[in-house]
Ligand binder design. Sequence first.
Ligand SMILES: [Zn+2]
Length: 80
Amino acid sequence: MKNDQDRPLTRQDRCDRCQAQAYVRAVLPQSTELLFCVHHFRLYRAALEGMATHIHNESHQLLSQADQRPQWSAARDAES
Ligand SMILES: [Zn+2]
């Protein structure tokens, strides 16, 4: 199996807390993976940075779109 810690996140990847589109993958010891939306990553960031062995963060993609669509419109689209 390839090392997929850094495989790109897709629209099928969902935040483990709220099911919004995930933009961050945190890899914990024993290869446990947690996915977070930007909102929940910010909430848990301090704890994750202390625990995770690897953090793959694509939140810059969301931020780069911010002048075109509000952050939460993407989450609403995903739920409809
Ligand atoms: Zn979330």
